[in-house]
Design a protein around this ligand. Structure first.
Ligand SMILES: Cc1cc2nc3c(=O)[nH]c(=O)nc-3n(C[C@H](O)[C@H](O)[C@H](O)COP(=O)(O)OP(=O)(O)OC[C@H]3O[C@@H](n4cnc5c(N)ncnc54)[C@H](O)[C@@H]3O)c2cc1C
Length: 381
């Protein structure tokens, strides 16, 4: 067993995912990075293997597993070394999908869950805006009651999977007098007035598509309200720890891949009458990096276990999101450094791993915001 939290089922999920990325992602990832998208076929293939249903309750056709399954899955995806692919999948399964599962009506489940599981519909979650990211309660997109539905106006920024995806879960203000008066709406691609303003050009995650969206007088029916009117902020918060965790998970998987690549490279690269890895400065730093990522991994699984055991894990998960994502970036820095000039070349996977890791301390709760979550819970009783 890989760690104390594993079961036979989780171990099998890890192995299946690592095998899938080795066979289906590694050989094609560079082409997807060039194209700026993950082909739908590969996502459908994952759907057919049951990979999109780990967290979906059994009555809806999934496996009904807990947060430890998301930890396992995200870490295994991280081994792909193409984080743009990892995030495409994880936004669908662990950042957008859970809102539908947690808050959807029976009719919404019947319409969308089968397509989510098969990969016939890919989901995105539209919360961030040009003027509101960390401060979720500051969003300005608004929805006003109009007949049997709602009329939505506003802009959304940095929305993963919204260029090529099929359904965006959009957060809009419905109570102008209450800063937390937000409602979530199911807005399918192609709805009149709902447009991709820009496909954004990024520093990393190149095969993940990221959109700036415009909502110009978009009309949606009452049946497209997800959850309870004005309660979207609180309903969204229910999934925050899971979002944080899968970002750490993909970072842990990627950092381990970077360590393995660097150990292999420095053990082959000849210098000073031996190999780079024989130099104390390098072998000890890499050993320390291994110890650090082992500690992040253990903390992440522990925080996931807390959730599955019914404990409040906000302090633990926020802490590991803050600290773990910074550790991942420190490790990536060393790994590129020990590849020398080759590490700076586009053809080297380590160059991509470094770029891809930089977003981890920003997205899904910036380090400083996470540390506030820890600090707020650190006052003496
Ligand atoms: C590639 C990419 C994909 C994304 N995908 C999605 C998506 O699918 N859906 C979605 O809704 N959003 C998405 N986001 C948005 C992401 O969640 C936000 O970028 C993030 O929450 C930070 O918000 P911001 O960029 O507006 O930065 P700001 O909120 O403006 O913050 C800027 C910086 O200020 C600091 N800071 C912020 N608040 C505090 C504080 N309270 N105390 C101290 N320092 C602070 C932090 O260092 C932070 O990085 C994505 C972003 C990127 C770049």
């Amino acid at each position: 067993m890989r760690n104390a939290y594993m079961t036979d089922e989780l171990e099998a999920i890890y192995d299946q995912t690592v095998e899938f990325v080795a066979n289906e992602v590694h050989p094609h990832g560079n082409a997807w990075e060039e194209a700026g998208k993950v082909p739908r076929d590969v996502l459908r293939q994952m759907g057919a293997l049951g990979m999109f249903g780990l967290r979906v309750p059994e009555e809806h056709g999934g496996l009904g597993l807990g947060m430890l399954a998301s930890a396992t899955f995200s870490e295994a995806l991280g081994a792909s070394t193409f984080a743009g692919f990892d995030v495409t999948v994880l936004v669908h399964t662990d950042m957008a999908g859970p809102h539908l599962i947690n808050s959807g009506s029976p009719e919404q489940h019947a319409e969308w869950v089968p397509k989510m599981l098969s990969g016939d519909a890919i989901f995105s979650i539209g919360v961030s805006e040009p003027d509101a990211g960390s401060d979720v309660a500051g969003i300005r997109s608004s929805a006003v009651k109009d007949g049997d539905g709602w009329r939505i106006n506003g802009r959304k920024m940095f929305i993963t999977n919204a260029v090529y995806g099929d359904l965006t879960i959009v957060a809009a203000r419905t109570d102008p007098d209450n800063k937390y008066g937000i409602t979530m709406f199911l807005v399918p691609a192609g709805t009149e007035g709902f447009e991709v303003a820009t496909k954004l050009t990024k520093h990393g995650w190149l095969c993940s598509d990221t959109a700036e969206l415009v909502l110009d007088d978009v009309w949606v029916s009452d049946e497209q309200v997800l959850g309870t009117v004005h309660r979207g902020f609180y309903e969204t918060m229910k999934n925050f720890q899971n979002e944080r965790m899968v970002l750490v998970g993909m970072g842990v998987g990627a950092a381990q891949a970077a360590i393995d690549l660097t150990n292999a490279y420095t053990q082959e690269r000849k210098a000073f009458g031996g190999h780079l890895f024989d130099l104390g400065a390098i072998r000890q730093r890499m050993a320390m990096n291994q110890a650090k990522i082992d500690a992040v991994r253990a903390s992440m699984y522990h925080a996931a276990w807390m959730h599955d055991a019914g404990q409040d894990n906000v302090k633990a998960m926020s802490g590991v999101k803050a600290w773990g994502c910074e550790v991942v970036n420190e490790i990536m820095y060393d790994c590129l450094q020990f590849h020398g000039g080759m590490g700076y070349m586009r053809e080297s996977p380590i160059e991509r791993l470094v770029r891809d890791a930089r977003i981890l301390p920003i997205g899904g709760g910036a380090t400083e915001v996470m540390l506030e979550e820890v600090a707020k819970r650190s006052y003496a009783p």
